[in-house]
Design a binder for this molecule. Structure first.
Ligand code: C5P
Length: 410
């Protein structure tokens, strides 16, 4: 009964997969959740509200204009729900949700969501791969919703393709695992770096890298969701600031170094996910560099933020996490970095995976173990990292610095 006490709204769009929402409602209830159903008018053409009323013991909400209802049902449901699960999420419903429409019961409830929001898309494969749908999925994800599936399989018209809704059990699993983490980092102060740094050559040019910042932003979003107090020191990225975080925007490695070093002793956890430039131009030209023959750039080393933090930390932060992007000998390189930078955990990536993408494949390396993880969304990986951080907060792997220096046993 792992959803015991959770309140979940299931919202239906109008698609054939609506029949599976009946099983989804049952499954969520079987796991202990209290469920209410909202549906669009089109959904009502596929499956009747009476079915849901019978299952949940409450009328399914189909109409914002019901005369026998005195209050604002969408506001009440949005506030009531720990999670809203849109299943099936049709192309149309996701497009309307993305553009902020609120002209039916499902969308108005979504607009008032206080808790987690999930979409389980179901549509023909060409609708799914349509650029508008793909853009909407990206936007919904960036705003914090979780898009579950779809999977490749038989579709309504008999074709096989990507667009089939996840099975009710799988949707329930995803909802359950996400709701399970709520508030387990309450009171923990987390400092996160994210994104690339830009090292200016002149007033219009810089040296940078392809980091999108998504990994660090996903960690910030998940840490916030789990109740942590988050400060995000971010290089230049094209991502919306996570709601609830203190955001410190910087441009260069030196600025990031300064932002982190002036704050680190106020934090329990520091997670250095930024792709900090190792070098910067020795000089920043005051005027735009004119083209001529060849151009030789002289570069100088940037400060290593993670290493400096590792060297200077006393009792804080209690947990220090770094990243390692490697092309070979991943685990050994991560282990070396753990040692050299006095970190507690290194998240090691193959250079071929992750950069600029929504998913990532990583190995988590700490003093006693190396755990290779399967490819997963950056959000899911963020949760795995935070699970390890939480374990390290409870059972630190690091000896207090003075003991380590004296070489004291244990
Ligand atoms: O040494 P390397 O750059 O491979 O280490 C990567 C890790 O160190 C990442 O966690 C990154 O955020 C951090 N780093 C840093 N400052 C630098 C370079 C890397 O904090 N100048």
């Amino acid at each position: 009964m792992s959803l015991q006490g959770k309140r979940i709204v299931v919202g239906l769009g109008g698609g054939i997969a609506a029949f599976k929402a009946v099983q989804l409602v049952r499954e969520l209830m079987r796991r202990g959740a209290e469920v209410r159903v909202v549906m669009t008018e089109a959904a009502g053409r596929f499956v009747g509200p009476i079915t849901f009323a019978g299952l949940t013991g409450k009328p399914a909400v189909t109409d914002l204009w019901a005369e026998d209802y005195a209050g604002e049902v969408h506001v009440e449901l949005g506030e009531w729900a720990d999670a809203i699960v849109i299943a099936p999420a049709t192309m149309n419903l996701m497009a309307r949700a993305t553009s902020g429409q609120a002209n039916d019961a499902v969308l108005a409830t979504l607009a008032c969501a206080r808790g987690e929001v999930f979409f389980a898309p179901a549509m023909h494969h060409r609708m799914w791969s349509h650029p508008a749908t793909q853009l909407n999925v990206r936007l919904l994800t960036e705003r914090g919703a979780v898009v579950l599936g779809p999977v490749t399989g038989p579709l309504a018209n008999g074709e096989v393709g990507e667009g089939r809704m996840l099975e009710p059990d799988d949707i329930a699993d995803a909802v359950e695992s996400r709701l399970a983490h709520t508030d387990d980092l309450k009171g923990t102060r987390v400092l996160i770096t994210a994104g690339p740094t830009h090292e200016d050559l002149d007033p219009v040019r810089y040296l940078g890298n392809r980091s999108s910042g998504r990994m660090g932003y996903a960690i910030a979003a998940q840490a916030l969701r789990r109740g942590a107090e988050v400060t995000l020191v971010t290089g230049p990225v094209q991502l919306p600031a996570p709601t609830g975080a203190e955001v410190v925007s910087v441009r260069s490695a030196q600025q990031m170094h300064e932002a982190v070093m002036s704050r680190f002793d106020r934090f329990d956890v520091a997670i250095m996910a930024a792709a900090v430039a190792d070098y910067r131009p020795a000089q920043r030209a005051t005027h735009k560099i004119k083209k001529g023959g060849g151009l030789k750039l002289e570069l100088v080393r940037n400060p290593d933020i993670l290493a400096d933090l590792g060297a200077k930390r006393g009792s804080q932060p209690s947990v220090l996490v770094g990243f390692a992007l490697e092309t070979e000998n991943l685990e050994q390189a991560a282990r070396d970095k753990l040692e050299q930078k006095s970190a507690d955990l290194i998240v090691a990536n193959e250079a071929s995976s992750g950069l600029g993408q929504d998913t990532n494949r990583a190995t988590l390396v700490d003093a006693s173990s190396a755990s290779p993880l399967p490819e997963m969304s950056k959000r899911a990986l963020a949760d795995q990292i935070l699970d390890r951080v939480r374990a390290l907060l409870k059972h630190p792997s690091r000896k207090p610095r003075h003991e380590a220096e004296r070489g004291a046993p244990n």
